[in-house]
Design a protein around this ligand. Sequence first.
Ligand code: FES
Ligand code: FES
Length: 201
Amino acid sequence: MPETFDEATTLKRRTFVAASTAVAGLPLLTSDRLPASASTPTPADQLSTVRLTVNGEQRTAQVDNRTSLLDLLREHLDLPGTKKGCDQGACGACTVLVDDRRVNSCLILAVMAQDANVTTIEGLARGRGEQLHPLQQAFIDHDGLQCGYCTPGQVMSGVACIAEGHTGSRAEIREWMSGNLCRCGAYTNIVSAIEQTAKEA
Ligand code: FES
Ligand code: FES
């Protein structure tokens, strides 16, 4: 039983140091039983070279066979405009066009896009970003974004929605945009932006 404040403090410190050391030691004791980490180099026989056209440019990357198209774009081709929301096909934040069809890029493997023509949000504006795509401008005009995280996916999906002709009414737009979620709830203005762009097109 400590009798003074100093003794009590010293004991607490010793207890803390002992506990910290024990916790810190755990990984050392168990690391040989842990599965290989994500940073373990991929064996050569599990790598593929993917060649595809992205935003009009020929691109090539060597990737682990399990790499999604989303990770290829963001991590290997330096195109972070396409967002990762759920990484499991539920939110639409990762929407890109593959051969002019909208896809959730988190749901397809990079190797499945071999020789494909991919358009991402970075490829929509012209003149190195100086001339926005009409739908990008309409999102600004109608205040179709708040935090903006879902916006690249909404815009890419909206471009496809217009090209597909699913813009006959606001209800139809809502239905065909229902795969793109917006946590900020900007839906009304997103529909207005698509509606305006479709009319002008
Ligand atoms: S990140 Fe692909 S659907 Fe959510
Ligand atoms: S604007 Fe924030 S999630 Fe859509």
